[in-house]
Design a protein around this ligand. Structure first.
Ligand code: GDP
Ligand code: IMO
Ligand code: MG
Length: 440
């Protein structure tokens, strides 16, 4: 049987996907990024040493793993090269074990300028993007004018098309956004020199993956962002510009749904969001300070303070449905250590009609308040615990309650940032029902 696993975010991103991908990839042959770009920031901590990846799949730290950046990912050649160098400086050599799809759209300087100019013009209504050019790059893809990685192979056509696109962007940047123009020659020269570095990595990654599937190789698919940031299913317009939900695996790689054996949704034991947009369980009190401080809740890509709140089971249940999640991974349980009580949002109520809303539509988000259940906290440290029976009984009761509310088994618990701070409860491939944890 194949053992292909999807790891994706069940909240608003930064759930700890990178760490989990790293933890389950030691025996994988391939680890694949399928959507997003260098807006992602995936943190790995190995023996106290921290590495943050933006584009390269997190499994790459295992020397046996081949990394694939598939067609659904928007690639900034300069960001990718910088990341390859950063890994080399950390003695992680990726020579001949990183492949990039010839169909991936490029992110170039004009996308970044456009992203920033738009955010500036939006003022207080800004989306709070990462400023990495993600939205404009996906727009180009859908508008069928994107330059793609495969275009780096034909310099003449590339230069001609680039010239036209730069002209198109400069017209808008200068006339509509009163922004500085961009220099075609500079972009072309950078691109041509970057192309030389990336040339040997460019492949038909769909073919590589189907060969791997045929040969029963283990493949891990690494999601970026989270379900509530999905362009179709998230809190639009406060979302990213790709499908971070399960459909993104298929369109972003060219494999079919039957090639996936298990789907793990990663969620923190509480919630965070970075950037603007609805966040029903958001806190502004001393609990926010606790999460921020104990959870080190500052963005891995932009360094911004993340907004924090209690676990939101309404959004989580929606994520489970949309993604066909087989089991959940709960991260950052240790961040709850020391709290007197812990809350879970179990429903949303409309503040005007007092009606319970199953899931808000686009305009309803600002009219709802969360309804909570409250549970006792624990004073012991869970940081670094590796066995379920070593968790305080209140922590086990909390885990049981999440399983009950979501009707979904929990297969993995993360108890710290380090690769070794992890509890595996289940065989993640064959999981089909929850195990109620002993709370005595
Ligand atoms: P990703 O984007 O989903 O990969 O998550 P990020 O790396 O952006 O953010 C997760 C943060 O939480 C990083 O700083 C991780 O090192 C850290 N982290 C992951 N799991 C745990 C955990 O179980 N406990 C604690 N305290 N930190 C964790
Ligand atoms: P990982 O993979 C958290 C958020 C931005 C902003 C919105 C749109 O580390 O979980 P964009 O630059 O994509 O156009 O910004 O999406 N965002 C993320 N938030 N984690 C991420 O990635 C994110 N990638 C984008 O903050 O609100
Ligand atoms: Mg992140």
């Amino acid at each position: 049987m194949n053992k292909n696993i999807v790891i994706l975010g069940a909240q608003w991103g930064d759930e700890g996907k990178g760490k989990i991908v790293d933890c389950i990839s030691s025996d994988a042959e391939y680890v694949v990024r399928y959507q997003g770009g260098h807006n992602a920031g995936h943190t790995l901590v190995i023996n106290k040493k921290k590495i943050i990846l933006h584009l390269i799949p997190s499994g790459i730290l295992h020397k046996n793993v081949i990394g694939i950046i598939a067609n659904g990912v928007v690639i900034s050649p300069s960001a990718l090269i910088q990341e390859i160098k950063m890994l080399e400086e950390n003695d992680i050599i990726i020579n001949e074990r990183l492949f990039i799809s010839n169909s991936s759209p490029l992110i170039l300087q004009y996308h970044i300028e456009m992203d920033r100019a738009r955010e500036k013009k939006l003022g207080i209504q800004a989306l709070g993007t990462t400023g990495r050019g993600i939205g404009p790059a996906y727009e180009d893809k859908i508008a069928r004018r994107a330059l793609r990685i495969g275009d780096l192979k034909n310099t003449k056509t590339l230069s001609e098309r680039l010239k036209k696109i730069v002209h198109y962007y400069n017209y808008q940047l200068v006339n509509f956004y009163q922004h500085q123009s961009i220099d075609y020659k500079m972009i072309l020269n950078d691109l041509l020199s970057n192309a030389k570095v990336l040339f040997n990595m460019i492949q038909d990654t769909t073919h590589i993956l189907h060969t791997a599937i045929k040969n029963k190789k283990k493949i891990v698919f690494e999601g970026a962002q989270g379900t509530l940031l999905d362009i179709d299913h998230g809190t639009y317009p406060y979302v990213t510009s790709s499908n971070s939900t399960i459909g993104g695996v298929m369109t972003g790689t060219g494999i079919g749904p039957k090639n996936i054996n298990t789907i793990i949704g990663v969620t923190k034991a509480y919630s965070t969001r970075v950037g603007s947009g609805p966040f029903p369980t958001e806190l502004f009190d001393k609990i926010d300070k606790h999460f921020s401080h104990q959870g080190n809740e500052f963005g891995s890509t932009t360094g911004r303070k993340r907004r924090t709140g209690w676990l939101d089971s309404v959004s989580l249940c929606r994520s489970i449905q949309i993604n066909s999640i087989s089991s959940l991974c709960i991260t950052k349980l240790d961040v709850l250590d020391g709290l007197d009580e812990i809350k879970i949002c179990i429903s949303y109520k409309n503040i005007y009609t007092s009606k319970i809303i199953s899931f808000p539509d686009i305009n309803e988000w600002e009219h709802i308040i969360p309804i909570y259940e409250t549970y006792p906290g624990w004073s012991q440290k869970t940081l670094g615990i590796k066995k379920i029976e070593d968790l305080p009984y209140q922590a086990r009761a909390y885990i049981n309650r999440i399983q009950e509310i979501t009707q979904t088994p929990i297969s993995i618990i993360s108890t710290g940032p380090d690769r070794s701070d992890i509890i595996f409860i289940h065989d993640i491939i064959h999981i089909n029902k929850s195990i109620t944890l002993n709370t005595i």
